[in-house]
Structure formats: C-alpha cells, structure tokens
Ligand binder design. Structure first.
Ligand SMILES: Nc1ncnc2c1ncn2[C@@H]1O[C@H](COP(=O)(O)OP(=O)(O)OP(=O)(O)O)[C@@H](O)[C@H]1O
Ligand SMILES: [Mg+2]
Length: 374
C-alpha cells in the first residue's frame, strides 16, 4: 500500500501544493520551519483523520484562511482510493473516501496505516501513563476495528459517569441507582478492552525486544509489560466497592483509563534509569515493532514517516535503520531532513526509487527523481 499523490489547500503553511510520490523512498528536504513536518502531518491526516501534533483541527487551517483540505490517492495492489480530509472554520471536519462522507471517522482508521517516528517519541517514556495508553490504543485501533469502537463507547460512558459524579457534588445529592446503571456496561467493556490490550502486549513485547537488540549496542535486557488493575480477579468487587470514593473524588477512580505499560531496562524503570541513548533506542524499537505488528495483521506494509531522525540518531543506529531500508523491510517511506547532503550520502547505499522534494515556505517541489542501483 502506498500514497500516490497528495494535494494540500490552506493546510498549515501550505497554500496550494500537489505532489506525486515514489512508492519507495521520498525525501522531504528544506530549511527549518519550511514545512517538512507539516507535509508528514498531512499524510497522517489522510491515514488517521487527525494531526499527529495538533489535535485541534481548526488550528491546522492556514492563518487568515477559513478552511483546509488535504486530498490523496492510496494505491493498494493496483486498486486506487481517493481520500479527502477537510475542515472549515467553525465546522466539524469532513472525511471522504471515494467521495463518500464518513458518518463515523473510526471506520477509516486502519485502512491506510502509517507509523510515525519523530524526535518527540521519547515522550512515550517520560510522560504520564496517558501517552503510553494512546500509543497502545492507536496500534490496536489500526489492526482491530471493534477495539476502537469499544474504546470510544467506554470513553463516552466514563465521561457521562464522571459528569454525574460532579453533578452529585454540586447538588449534594447521590443517586446510587443512576450510578449503578453504568456499572454493568462499563465492566463489560473494561474486561474486553483489558483482554485485548493484554493480548496485544504479549505479541508486541518479543518483537520489540528483537528490534532493541538490533538497533542498540548494549546488552541490557529490556521489557514491556501490561499493567492493569482490571485483570485482577477481585476487580469487579473493588470497582463496585469504590462508589463512595468516586463520589468523594468526583470521578471514576478505577478502570482501564488508568492502565499503563511498564517499560524497563535491566528490570529497572527506563524512564528513571535509562540513558538518553537507551531511551531513544527503546522508543525506536517500539515503533519498529508497531510497524511489524501492523504488517502481520494487515498483510501489507504500513507507510513509514521518519521525521528528523537522522538529526537525532548516532551513526550506529542510522546504519541499522539503513540496513533495514536496504533489505526492503519497509514499504513506502517519507523521510525529512534539513541537511540535503547528509541524506544524499546515506541513501547512496540504498537501491530504490528515490524522489527528493525541496520545501521552501510551504511549497514543496520535486527536485530529483532517481532509481539508484547498487
Ligand atoms: N495554521 C498555520 N498556518 C500557517 N502556518 C502555520 C500553521 N501552523 C504552523 N505553521 C507554520 O509552519 C511552519 C513549521 O513547519 P514545519 O514544522 O513543517 O517545519 P519543518 O520544515 O519541519 O521545520 P524543522 O526543520 O524545524 O523541523 C512554521 O513556520 C509555522 O509557523
Ligand atoms: Mg520538522
């Protein structure tokens, strides 16, 4: 599966731009602030119906414009699909597949998967558990459509239940029956979600460990495990016994919305004890494992978006990644770099159809279209 072309209108700093891509490697070059990452983000929109960096759609509309539109054509084994994502000021965004408007955006997620590797990935380790849940959820959602729907349903119930708990506090009146009406559907969804997350992590962890060994120099044992209070046998009783505490806290204190991924190196927390280099290798291995898992489930390779990684990786890790590129481990790749000469040197080693685009002030142009051979 690959993206044949893209057309941007008033998307961030792009006013009007149409580009035809290589099915192999696309280099997006240009100075800082020119729009390289924005182009990757537009591809992210076509895949996941949202930005990877700014979750407020309206803020992706070009300043002084009243809409943005991103259109693209995906090619899957010769079959072409047009996808359009647009957003007007003050209105909800619209996503179309072959001119048909989606009523549920979640129906689109997973059809044209992408894996994005950025310098911000170490946030996955450094920030709170919400980031790790998001990481896990975004992968499972791309490979299991019912999971995303269950998650959205759970989130809605959780929001409603929390609102009720707040209302009880405001009105100084507790309605036990009303709150209990949420228990059964939420417990059922929690059990399904935690089972799926557990199954996912069991499959994910060994693939991640294999990649960590390949890209890092050090021999430390790394591990990722699923942490959830929901999988314990007593969870249902504890959840039901927690009503009074929920009322006091004015929110639901237990559930899958508190799950986490335990990430360790040499049995210790990577966040607290891992070096910067170890943390970088750790998250790249997580993303490479994401790539493999999506491929296993979808039976085709997701698009790989590499944002500024040459800048942030040392030679050893770059060599490992380029070996993977050379061995055609990946499918279509988009790689951004502010230093064109560096990319040229690195990609000399790769035999692929490589297109280079130069970005300047929100306009990308094709500058080189080469099929390099060993
Ligand atoms: N809604 C918007 N309207 C207009 N311009 C925007 C909007 N959002 C972001 N920008 C502009 O996009 C530019 C940043 O683009 P981007 O992050 O893609 O740059 P880059 O080429 O990746 O830079 P770097 O090499 O520093 O990573 C900034 O100049 C920013 O002002
Ligand atoms: Mg950038």
């Amino acid at each position: 599966m690959y993206l044949e072309n893209i057309s941007l209108s008033c998307f961030k700093n792009y006013t009007e731009n149409k580009l035809e891509f290589s099915a192999d490697i696309n280099c997006i070059l240009g100075p800082n602030g020119s729009g390289k990452t924005n182009l990757l983000d537009a591809i992210h929109y076509l895949s996941l119906t949202k930005s990877a960096f700014n979750t407020i759609d309206q803020q992706n509309i070009q300043h002084n414009c009243d809409y943005f539109s991103v259109r693209g054509v995906f090619n899957q084994g010769g079959s072409r699909t047009k996808v359009q994502c647009s957003c007007k000021t003050g209105a909800k965004k619209i996503v179309k597949k072959d001119q048909k408007v989606y009523t549920r955006l979640s129906d689109h997620v997973g059809l044209f998967p992408v894996v994005l590797i950025t310098p911000y990935d170490t946030d996955i380790l450094r920030e709170g558990s919400a980031v790790r849940r998001k990481f896990m959820d975004s992968i499972i959602s791309q490979i299991d459509h019912s999971y995303l729907n269950n998650l959205l349903r759970y989130q809605r119930l959780l929001n409603q239940r929390n609102q009720l708990l707040k209302d009880f506090a405001t009105r100084q009146r507790f309605d036990a029956e009303l709150i209990a009406s949420y228990d059964e559907p939420m417990l059922a969804l929690m059990s399904t979600i935690s089972r799926r997350r557990n199954e996912f992590v069991e499959q994910f962890a060994p693939v991640f460990q294999k990649h960590y060994k390949t890209i890092s120099d050090d021999q430390d044992e790394v591990a990722i495990s699923y942490q959830s209070e929901v999988i314990s046998e007593q969870f249902k009783q504890s959840f039901l016994a927690n009503h009074q505490r929920d009322v006091t806290l004015q929110r639901t204190g237990m559930g899958v919305h508190r799950d986490d991924l335990k990430c360790t190196i040499g049995k210790r927390s990577i966040r607290k004890f891992g070096s910067q280099g170890q943390q970088k290798s750790f998250v790249i291995a997580m993303k490479l494992a994401q790539f493999d898992l999506v491929e296993i489930h979808k039976q085709f390779k997701p698009i790989l978006l590499l944002d500024d990684i040459l800048d942030k990786l040392d030679d050893h890790r770059i060599t490992r990644l380029i070996e993977m590129v050379s061995s055609h481990h990946f499918g279509q790749i988009f790689i951004t770099d502010a230093r064109a000469e560096r990319t040229a040197v690195i990609l000399k080693q790769v035999s692929s159809d490589i297109r280079k685009f130069m970005v300047s002030n929100g306009e990308a142009t094709l500058v080189e279209n080469s099929i390099s051979r060993d």
